[in-house]
Structure formats: C-alpha cells, structure tokens
Design a protein around this ligand. Structure first.
Ligand code: URA
Length: 236
C-alpha cells in the first residue's frame, strides 16, 4: 500500500496533505525517514511514525455524534488549554477526531470518528454534503436580503454556492432561520450574514446530510446507527 494512502486511512490527513508531510521529512518507516510519497508500506509489518507518533489503521471503526456545547474547540488539542470536544467523550481508548470543525461559539452536531477515509471524503469540497444550521441574527433580515444570501455572496475565498434559507420569524431586532449550505468554509455562516451587515448571535448545526442531531442534549454523544454509517459511506 502507498504510504500516503495508509496515512489517510489512519486519519493523519488527506492523501495530498500526507504526501506533503512525507516530502517535508515528517515521516519515518522502521526508524528511517522517507521522502518519497510513492514508497510502499506493509501495515502488518512496518512501523510508521508521523512527527514521532506511531500511526495505524484502527481495527474497530468508531462513529460518534456529539452535540457540541459552546465554548469548546473542535480540535483534539488546544494550545491555549481550552476545553476540547474530546473532553466530552468518555470511555473510548481509541484515537478519534472530529470530521470538520465548528467554531468555539457554535454548538450542535459534530461527527467524530477514527475512520480516516470517511473523514477525508466528507471534508473534501467535491462531496458537498449539505449542512443545516439554526441561526439567530441580531436584526431584521428582509426577503431581498434572504434572496441575496441564497443566491451567493462574496466572502473570503470567493462567492458562496447557492444556499437554502427558511425564515421562521423575522422582526425588528431579531430574525430566526435555518440555512442549508454545501460548503465548509471558515466561519462561513457568520461571514455570509456580515455581507448584509448582520450579526449572528446564535448558531447551531442541526444536520449533516441526512443525519440529524435530534434530541441529543448539549455535551452528550451517541454512536451512529448502522443506517447512518451506511448512509455516510454511500455518499459519492
Ligand atoms: N459557519 C460558521 O460561521 N461557523 C461554524 O461553526 C459553522 C458554520
């Protein structure tokens, strides 16, 4: 197996990013640095280390949904010592990691796994898995502004792809809505509303594709069902 393929399956990074790590000299096989991404490895025999940490493809795949609370980071470690989403997952001795990110001040559905291939697939822009958010904005958002956002607005990184918005309540000083987007750009929903001079005051992800957060309480997690796992794997 190509070493970059192995690294992606072990959850290190996408294949392309893994190749970069190899070229940068961050990967050792059986005690020696390798620099050629075309190197083949045998996962049964070879000892592979990335930045000094031994990596392996897990025997048992784990798929979890967490209702991420506010004020925790969705990375596995934080250099500022803040609480991470992993602090909420107890009793799992395997290394798991989040599929994508939610901001520190965003709550809601976050998937975690140790299945590197699935994580890389879902995070790749070409898969365009829809994400639905419940949003509260600090002022009235007009139907024209809604159309503008749905059509696409220019934020960092270019124009946003078409979005779908359902307004639940729009009044002076507060608008409540749901938005479905197909991209995962940095702070995308907040930046979209900034383009029409509005501020998002509450943001919660309520679904990823057909997977819904449902009644899971804040800070609680559950394992995905077989159907949910099969659905995620079936996404082309
Ligand atoms: N959009 C945001 O602005 N923040 C998130 O956490 C997710 C989507």
């Amino acid at each position: 197996m190509r070493i970059a393929k192995f690294m992606a399956a072990a959850g290190v990074a996408s294949r392309r990013k893994s190749e970069e790590l190899i070229r940068k000299g961050m990967v050792k096989v059986n005690g020696s640095y390798v620099y050629n991404p075309a190197t083949n490895v045998n996962p049964e025999i070879d000892q592979i280390y990335v930045s000094g940490r031994k990596i392996q493809i897990p025997d048992e795949k784990i798929y979890i949904m967490l209702n991420k609370p506010l004020d925790c980071v969705s990375t596995c470690a934080d250099d500022k010592g803040r609480r991470t989403v992993l602090d909420y997952i107890k009793g799992i001795d395997q290394r798991i990691y989040p599929i994508g990110r939610l901001d520190f001040t965003t709550e809601g559905l976050l998937l975690l796994t140790n299945d590197g291939d699935l994580a890389n697939k879902l995070m790749h822009p070409s898969h365009e898995v829809s994400k639905r958010y419940y949003v509260v904005v600090d002022s009235y958002v007009s139907p024209e502004e809604i159309k503008q956002l749905e059509h696409g607005v220019v934020i960092e990184g270019g124009k946003t792809a078409p979005a779908r918005i359902k307004v639940m309540n729009a009044q002076e000083g507060r608008t409540e809505l749901t938005i479905i987007i197909h991209e995962g750009r940095n702070r995308q929903v907040r930046h979209m509303f900034e383009t029409i001079d509005k501020r998002v005051v509450f943001l919660k992800r309520i679904s990823v594709g057909d997977i819904n957060l449902g009644p899971l309480k804040k800070g609680e997690y559950r394992f995905l069902t077989k159907e949910e796992i099969n659905y995620l794997k079936s996404i082309k």
